[in-house]
Design a binder for this molecule. Structure first.
Ligand SMILES: NC(=O)c1ccc[n+]([C@@H]2O[C@H](COP(=O)([O-])OP(=O)(O)OC[C@H]3O[C@@H](n4cnc5c(N)ncnc54)[C@H](OP(=O)(O)O)[C@@H]3O)[C@@H](O)[C@H]2O)c1
Length: 419
């Protein structure tokens, strides 16, 4: 064994020691390691052969190939009953050891040969930290995402296929991701994501909180993770105390791998500009995450009257004179490169987008609740003039609590009514 190999193993040992000291899942963790030698006899070293002398990046690439051959990395991890993954190597004269447990907690050890500097950190810090080379960090995070997977789904949120095939009963994150994959084209796509009761209510006592569930949150989070921009009406920001989404390092790595920025931008349609600028949406930097400044989409009259008051907290996008012209707003967002827009409502904004024929897809959850009270539906609009209401069911899923997930798309142009 060369001295470099010894040092690499000692980095892994540091990771293991730290992991053992804080392990929260009972028993010693079973670790999957990527290393030149098994650091401990109890630790399965899956890649002990054929990698000596390779760089850490080679090891990672080799490992990913290995796992692909084993029916996908997540399945491999399940089959092996592994609790966490650890990788270690030397890059630019620094030793880097890394592990992640099933809850998503990450362990990073780095340092010079004889004085390892240790640091335990949360997922996002690893991605945000400047010390480990970016390329390695991203590769590690992507690897961990695929290998250890995100934390196991919360109780009651196992999801199964319903239509067009009633097949798999416990979709993992990769399978769920595939069920909600956005279209391959890059022309721009607007997806409405929404939840309603059986009797069509979109809010109870002014909020949709009572309608959501662990399964709904799982799908909702996955759809948001695919977005490069989240579009909302100001009523929803006020009603839901809406704030920025925190993403883990593997989620960010996955976004990057899909050609997306680390975080989706948030754009709010408003006329009044009556928004709490000290509220959670306007905290650009929270818990180690740096979010893009929110965009406020406003008509020219509002920008002239109140634009300067919000200029520090947000970016203004002017579209329309007295009301926001949604055609113009979406076109401008697209021109700025926002191709995957997810509209989170609320009903007023969703209704206008439907009337303007600007929605390409609807992802809705029907919660198994019959509430029989007055309240908003998922869209609002004027009496008398219905929007073109033709949609096709593209996919449906069901969770173990009875939440039904429906994905609708527009019929092809030849199926749509003319005029
Ligand atoms: N179940 C669900 O999926 C779901 C999703 C989202 C929201 N909700 C619920 O829906 C309720 C809120 O409903 P809502 O209809 O008020 O929400 P909304 O559509 O989010 O917001 C309406 C507001 O957006 C602005 N706006 C909309 N269109 C505009 C235009 N063309 N030009 C300029 N400004 C425009 C106005 O803001 P200003 O007043 O600032 O001018 C308007 O008051 C809440 O109870 C919320 O919990 C449910």
């Amino acid at each position: 064994m060369t001295s470099a190999h010894r040092d690499t193993s000692s980095s892994i040992l540091s990771v293991l020691e730290e992991l053992s000291a804080t392990w929260r899942w009972g028993g010693p963790p079973t670790l999957l390691t990527i290393s030149h030698r098994p650091p401990k006899p109890t630790v399965p070293a899956i890649l002990a052969r054929g990698v000596d002398g390779h760089t850490p990046l080679d090891l990672l690439a080799h490992w990913i190939d290995q796992c692909h051959r084993h029916r996908g990395i997540v399945n491999t991890q399940r089959d092996l009953g592994v609790d966490a993954v650890a990788v270690s190597g030397e890059i630019d004269g620094q030793h880097i050891g890394y592990a992640m447990d099933r809850s998503g907690l990450e362990y990073l050890v780095r340092g010079q040969r004889h004085g390892p500097e240790r640091r335990r950190t949360s997922g996002t810090d690893v991605a945000a930290g400047t010390r480990p080379p970016d390329r390695l960090t991203e590769r590690l995070a992507e690897l961990v995402w695929r290998l250890a997977g995100p934390p196991p789904p919360a109780a009651g949120s196992r999801i199964r296929d319903m239509w067009p095939t009633a097949g798999l009963v416990d979709l993992d994150e990769d399978e769920l991701h595939e069920r909600y994959a956005p279209p391959a084209h890059n022309r721009g796509h607007v997806r409405l994501v929404t939840v309603s009761s059986i009797d069509g209510l979109a809010a109870v006592n002014g909020s949709s909180a009572a309608l959501t569930s662990s399964g709904d949150q799982r799908v909702y989070r996955l759809i948001k993770r695919e977005a490069d921009l989240l579009l909302l009406g100001a009523g929803t920001i006020r009603a839901e105390q809406y704030g920025q989404t925190a993403l883990s390092a593997p989620e960010i790595a996955r976004r990057r791998a899909n050609g997306l920025p680390p975080y989706p931008a948030v754009a709010v349609v408003t006329r009044s500009l009556d928004l709490d600028l000290s509220g959670p949406l306007f905290q650009h930097s929270a818990a180690g995450h740096t979010h893009p400044r929110p965009i406020l989409i406003v008509p020219a009259a509002a920008a002239a009257e109140r634009g300067t008051a919000v200029a520090e907290a947000a970016e203004l996008l002017v579209a329309g004179e007295h009301d926001v012209d949604l055609h113009q707003a979406i076109q401008t967002l697209r021109q700025r490169g926002h191709r995957r827009i997810v509209c989170e409502g609320g009903p007023s904004l969703a209704g206008q987008l439907a009337h303007a024929d600007l929605l390409d897809e609807i992802c809705m959850t029907i919660a198994p609740q019959l509430l029989a009270v007055a309240g908003p539906r998922i869209t609002a609009g004027p009496a008398g003039q219905p929007a073109d209401g033709r949609w096709q069911l593209h996919r449906s899923l069901l969770d173990e609590q009875g939440n039904l997930f429906l994905r609708y798309t527009r019929p092809g142009p030849s199926d749509r009514p003319v005029g």
